[in-house]
Design a protein around this ligand. Structure first.
Ligand code: MN3
Length: 271
């Protein structure tokens, strides 16, 4: 027993010496470690600066993938945070990478092995069997979101000029009146749906559709070729705006890319 105790004591003593040595070693290294701390602080500052330059925790829209199929992702032309003053980053991330890609994947699944796989999306909408709920929802969801993300820009806002500006004045009286009517249509669209600026018989009109319906689809009470689409589904605004759809709509006007809408208007007139 005595021997065992002695050995134990010796081991404790040795361990104490070693740990003291460690402390000494550490304290001797103190100046170097101070230098390291300085370096760490500098590195932290650099990381913080980088984060100001936006290392988004939501990743890069270019990295989003969909399942292979007849239709593909139309790439987002800006970062998720690009319009965050008006539409927050998390909403844009979920909207694009989850909702939009979900519609796309389901569309591809629905058209796989059918003659629809070789059609343009507009043709699918125009010839839609409105009883085919899966195709109706997902073809609509794909087209509608392509347009939505396309007509948003971090350099958006203001009002259209040229032929589109003239046509808005002609058909609505003024841009302010157009804005008022478009916003009111969005507020009044019950439940989930869309507000559209369409060209119908060379005239501009504001129409709304429910769910993922689109004015190109047959048998609806509205018709025309969309040149601007505003998503009023809650998933488009709820994280930032909650129940205040009106505020989302007001701010949507700050991100509308009128140059792009004018291009789409020109394309419709040229047909
Ligand atoms: Mn949506």
């Amino acid at each position: 027993m005595k021997l065992k105790n002695t050995i134990t004591l010796a081991m404790v003593a040795l361990a104490t010496i070693m740990s003291t040595d460690n402390v000494n070693a550490q304290s001797k290294k103190a100046p170097a470690s101070c230098g390291n701390t300085k370096k760490t602080k500098k590195a932290k500052k650099e990381i913080m600066n980088v984060s100001v330059m936006r290392m988004s925790s939501y990743g890069n829209p270019e990295d989003v993938t969909a399942k292979a199929g007849a239709f593909a992702i139309v790439p987002l032309k800006y970062d998720y945070y690009a319009v965050e003053k008006y539409i927050d980053e998390e909403t844009m991330y979920i909207h694009f990478s989850k909702h939009y890609v979900g519609y796309l994947n389901n569309l591809n699944k629905a058209v796989e092995g059918t003659n629809k796989a070789g059609m343009k999306i507009e043709e699918i909408l125009r010839t839609m069997d409105m009883n085919n709920a899966t195709l109706r929802n997902n073809a609509g969801g794909y087209y509608n979101h392509n347009m939505y993300f396309d007509v948003i820009s971090p350099n958006g806002g203001g009002m259209p000029e040229g032929a589109l500006g003239d046509a808005i004045n002609r058909d609505f009286g003024s841009f302010e009146k157009f804005k008022e009517q478009f916003s009111e249509a969005g507020a009044k669209r019950f439940g989930s749906g869309w507000v559209w600026l369409v060209v119908n018989n060379n005239k501009l009109q504001i129409v709304t559709t429910a769910n993922q319906d689109n004015p190109l689809m047959p048998g609806l009470d509205v018709t025309g070729t969309p040149i601007l689409g505003m998503d009023v589904w809650e998933h488009a605004y709820y994280l930032k705006y909650q129940n205040k759809r009106g505020d989302y709509i007001t701010n949507f006007f700050n991100v509308i890319d009128w140059n792009r809408v004018a291009e789409l208007y020109g394309q419709v007139l040229a047909k």
